[in-house]
Ligand binder design. Structure first.
Ligand SMILES: C[S@@+](CC[C@H](N)C(=O)[O-])C[C@H]1O[C@@H](n2cnc3c(N)ncnc32)[C@H](O)[C@@H]1O
Length: 210
């Protein structure tokens, strides 16, 4: 593990495909990063149009994020929501698989200092502190995770009893069945669905850990 200011860096599970001469995880060719939105396209994730048309405060509201919340964010990308979470919550830990995204995320969240902890790694191979988080937010990220069963276990374990899991998925990528399969995964891990809605652009569900 290599630690820089504000970033804790973990190895992504090595495989014959994702090892490169510079170390683990820098290559998108690794099978656990197949299908992820590459960091060179991150301008799509953070741009004025998306900012204007996405009500980030509403997302935080319906995810139950308050000033006292300790939040786990998986797949933050370059920080479109991280900065909004950091501005409202007590603390946010963001786990991101791509080094390129992490570099941009770090720059964007510098003004928030120690409130934001950024971890480079694959959620399927990481174990955030158990029962430490009031809310886990998966914003347009779960469908990109290759090893969903393992990831779901690590996410469910990290949420406090009575805590919230908030899942948003793009409707164009995740259909009704896909969303139901995701929710079923978490139901088997002890979470209960509180609310769900499907729109043209987004599917949303909020679950609570029993
Ligand atoms: C479509 S982007 C969304 C980013 C951000 N939430 C947003 O809405 O702007 C999905 C992000 O999830 C990350 N991701 C994919 N698989 C992951 C994994 N196994 N562990 C952690 N992050 C992952 C990708 O690298 C990418 O940055």
């Amino acid at each position: 593990m290599r630690a820089k200011k504000g970033i804790i860096s973990y190895a992504i599970k090595p495989s014959s495909k994702n090892i490169n001469p510079l170390g683990f995880g820098a290559s998108l060719r690794g099978k656990n990063m197949h299908g992820v939105c590459p960091s060179w396209l991150s301008f799509i994730l953070y741009n004025p149009v998306r900012k204007a048309f996405t009500d980030r405060e509403r997302i935080l509201d319906e995810s139950g994020i308050t000033a006292g919340s300790v939040v786990l964010e998986v797949g933050p990308g370059n920080g479109f929501l991280t900065e909004a979470i950091a501005a409202r919550a007590k603390k946010v830990q963001s786990i991101e698989i791509q080094e390129g995204m992490v570099r941009k995320l770090r720059k964007r969240t510098l003004p928030f200092g120690d409130k934001v902890e950024i971890i480079l790694g694959d959620i399927a191979f990481m174990q955030p502190a158990p029962e430490a988080f009031d809310v886990c937010l998966l914003y347009y990220s779960f469908h990109e995770i290759a090893l969903k069963d393992k990831a779901a276990e690590n996410i469910a374990r990290a949420i406090k009893k009575g805590g919230i899991l908030s899942i948003y998925e793009p409707s164009i990528e995740v259909n009704k069945t896909g969303m139901r399969e995701t929710l079923d995964l978490f139901v088997h891990l002890g979470l209960e669905k509180e609310t769900e809605r499907a729109g043209i652009f987004t599917r949303f569900a909020r679950m609570r850990k029993e």
